[in-house]
Design a protein around this ligand. Structure first.
Ligand SMILES: [Zn+2]
Length: 92
């Protein structure tokens, strides 16, 4: 009996680094081959609703854990509601 996980060698689509991963747990991202950016991400780094055309042509790519955490940081950052500086009228 073995609980060894079979690892596969692949290439990260974002940083082009070769990395090993377990197919069951690897992170994939849908890339838009036209822009070479993750689906829905714009060149400026902002997210927007992908067009149906972009969704149709997108391909799933493997992403290494480094890039996953980078993207998580980015999306956590983007998910933050913008800091609001409400005008404070001194409580009155
Ligand atoms: Zn990577």
């Amino acid at each position: 009996m073995t609980d060894e996980q079979i690892t596969t060698i692949g290439r990260c689509h974002l940083c082009k680094r070769t990395f090993s991963f377990t197919p069951a747990s690897v992170m994939t991202v849908r890339m838009d081959p036209d822009t070479n950016l993750p689906l829905g991400m714009t060149v400026s780094g902002a997210f927007r609703e992908p067009t149906p055309e972009a969704t149709a042509r997108s391909v799933e790519q493997h992403i290494c854990s480094d890039c996953v955490s980078r993207m998580k940081r980015l999306s956590a950052f983007l998910d933050q509601p913008a800091l609001r500086f409400d005008t404070w009228h001194g409580g009155r």
